[in-house]
Design a protein around this ligand. Structure first.
Ligand SMILES: [Fe+2]
Length: 381
């Protein structure tokens, strides 16, 4: 049975309203003023409140204002005398559901109470639906987050597999792709690249030699000088690599790193002989990282050289083979003192090669990577 709280200082009117409601299957509780009504509301449940406007101690509008701060759902019907009609707008603004003008007509009272209770039910249903919707939304977000982590792991895992497949063809290059990734990311961060550029750089560096899949193992492992044909085959790997990735939407942004990592700043590199800043910035970074790591590791045709010798080679090629800014960042931040071989070993032994940037999203493919405007300090571990 719906419970109605009747608030009025006039006992006669209060009892008349209560009795009319009780006769029509409502349960009622009476309060003689707003303060008492608030006390009752704090401890009991009601489906509707009927309150007089003019009352001593706390007026109807004051009571309504206080009550609405605590509860926005339970409907309040205000009773007003003809003289207090000007308060109608005020109480409606304060959140009254309806108003009745004295003397009270029982039929009007019943219609108003029933409508108000119906409205309360709809409001409660709405709140319930909103909560369920919020819960569902949260569940969806959690699912997307989970899937995105899985996708990220799977995609990066595929990069590791590709890099391992390239390195398996040439026993001397184990860990090379991962070290080029680590060095490139450090340079990129030091140059102040934005997060999207860093993502592309990281994945592109990891994949830079993917085209070597198309070069015969015998050529890659040959310790004597190469024939012209063999040399051409090796020189084709940036173009072959670019062709492999350029039609796969996820890998396409990395095409520049792969295609142009053997271009030379002075213009005598391959495959296109691009010069200076016409070579995409990310490829200029990978070129430095690639060369540094290649010099410090043993190759079929020569022994590994020291970090200092590799550093000297970078400085020697500053502005001719390499972008001078990239070399400066490498040299000034003493990246040659960082033990990339050790980091790679630690990561690969634990099977824990993880991307340091977040997954590439569906944003438009980045073109024209500009030169970073400000160099941000970056402390490596
Ligand atoms: Fe290469």
């Amino acid at each position: 049975m719906p419970r109605i709280l009747v608030v009025d200082d006039e006992q006669e009117l209060r009892e008349f309203v209560s009795m009319s409601l009780e006769l029509n299957d409502f349960d009622t509780v009476e309060a003689e003023n707003g303060r008492k009504a608030l006390e009752l509301i704090a401890s009991e449940e009601f489906d509707c409140i009927i309150s007089d406007v003019e009352m001593p101690e706390m007026t109807g509008p004051e009571f309504l204002k206080n009550f609405r701060e605590l509860n926005k759902v339970i409907p309040v019907i205000m009773l007003t005398g003809v003289k207090a009609l000007n308060t109608v707008v005020e109480v409606m603004k304060l959140g009254a559901q309806d108003y009745l003008v004295k003397p009270i007509n029982v039929d009007e009272l019943l219609i108003s109470v029933r409508k108000s209770i119906e409205f309360k039910k709809l409001k409660e249903q709405n709140i319930k639906l909103l909560k369920e919707n919020e819960k569902y939304q949260k569940h969806l977000e959690d699912m997307v987050e989970k899937r995105s982590v899985q996708l990220k792991d799977a995609l990066f895992g595929s990069l590791i597999i590709i890099a391992s497949a390239i390195e398996a063809k040439d026993e001397y290059t184990k860990g090379h792709s991962n070290r080029v990734r680590l060095i490139s990311i450090d340079i990129g961060k030091l140059m102040g690249l934005n997060s999207r550029q860093l993502q592309i750089l990281e994945y592109g560096a990891m994949m830079h030699d993917v085209g070597k899949i198309g070069v015969k193992d015998a050529i890659l492992n040959k310790n004597k000088s190469l024939t012209e044909e063999e040399f051409d085959s090796i020189m084709s790997h940036p173009t072959v690599g670019a062709k492999i990735v350029q039609n796969i939407s996820f890998f396409e942004p990395m095409t520049d790193c792969i295609k142009y990592h053997h271009e030379s700043y002075g213009g005598d590199g391959y495959p296109e002989g691009l010069r200076g800043n016409n070579i995409p910035l990310l490829a200029r970074i990978v070129a430095v990282a690639d060369t540094y790591d290649a010099i410090t590791t043993t190759r079929p045709y020569r022994k590994e050289k020291s970090n200092i010798e590799a550093l000297e080679a970078l400085i020697g090629g500053r502005g001719t083979q390499f972008d001078p800014d990239v070399v400066d960042v490498f040299v000034k931040n003493r990246l040659h003192e960082k033990d990339y071989k050790m980091i790679d070993k630690r990561e690969s032994e634990k099977g824990n090669i993880k991307p340091s940037t977040v997954i590439l999203d569906d944003e438009t493919i980045m073109t024209n990577v500009g030169k970073p405007s400000n160099l941000k300090p970056y402390i490596y571990d």
